[in-house]
Design a protein around this ligand. Sequence first.
Ligand SMILES: NC(=O)c1ccc[n+]([C@@H]2O[C@H](COP(=O)([O-])OP(=O)(O)OC[C@H]3O[C@@H](n4cnc5c(N)ncnc54)[C@H](OP(=O)(O)O)[C@@H]3O)[C@@H](O)[C@H]2O)c1
Length: 322
Amino acid sequence: MDGLELTSEDRVLVLGATGFIGKRLVKELAAENIKMRILARTPSRAEGLVPEGADAEIVKGDITKKESLKNALKGIHSAYYLVHSMGGKSLLKNTEFAEKDKKAANNFVSSADKTGLKRVIYLGGLGEKGEGLSEHLESRAEVGNILSSGKASATILRAAVIIGAGGASYEMLRYLVERLPVMTCPKWIKTRIQPIAVHDVVRYLTGCLKNSETAGQTFDIGGPDIMTYKSMMDQYAEARGLAKRIIIELPFITPLLSAYWVDLVTPIPSGIAHPLIEGMINEVICKDNRIDEFVPIQKTPFNEAVKIAFSEETVGPGVSGF
Ligand SMILES: NC(=O)c1ccc[n+]([C@@H]2O[C@H](COP(=O)([O-])OP(=O)(O)OC[C@H]3O[C@@H](n4cnc5c(N)ncnc54)[C@H](OP(=O)(O)O)[C@@H]3O)[C@@H](O)[C@H]2O)c1
């Protein structure tokens, strides 16, 4: 199919390799003997991620700068796009990330169109337009649309909360449940979600690269369990062997108030926590399971994913530098 198939000679670019998903993906690609190029703002952070013997080039760059992308994309067959600009600590609402992410995606497309990139694989968020989508989820969808507008064939994967050590949403869940036997929560505690284990996400990401029929398609990915945020907290406590948490619903708590609360109780930077908490109002469950036809995997149950995540704290990738 028009050179979309990856051969053993082809090289794959990983954007966001130092992140929660990216660092696990690099290990998996290395295990599959796939040649890589990693673009990182701080190359020293990427060096330790590449397993011994892997064919991985590391280049310094920033995706908000066109020049960085043009150089990084030279000779690349397919690229993983695993970046976002949320972050930082401020008591004020983070309003800049969507603009930065839009600019970065546009830079990527214009550079990729010039270098002849064949495929881009992007991991964004679940959530439907027209349902009062949060700014964060709106921005994730916008990036997907921009990437799909280029000449490279885009595969868009959409996920809800990803369970694994170091993931921003997972760490919020972990700190809140571990630290607070009694919690007051906003009404969005009843919103339904479909969490997914991080190693399942990585299997979908690599599976899509290996199956060129996924090119040009959008897939929802999720674990086998659909639950509310409240039952997710209950099930986390159970999986960890903690006493049942008392969760009191206070409908008047706003997203901003919840975010300040998360600032106090957890080390997650407000620049990430605020947009994520705003998104808790949106139901994030898979609308279809077509991915099963293209990348069939045994999905990890939620309680198993929590146990694995907890063990990753000590023997795996561990928590990121919050
Ligand atoms: N975590 C979840 O629960 C979750 C759920 C659903 C979807 N997703 C999606 O998964 C993707 C990856 O998320 P993640 O959780 O792995 O994020 P993450 O841990 O915060 O990592 C973000 C990565 O982006 C890089 N980055 C940010 N700005 C950059 C720039 N200007 N130039 C170059 N690199 C830049 C960071 O590099 P530095 O090391 O330089 O900071 C880091 O490697 C995102 O698209 C996100 O929406 C995540």
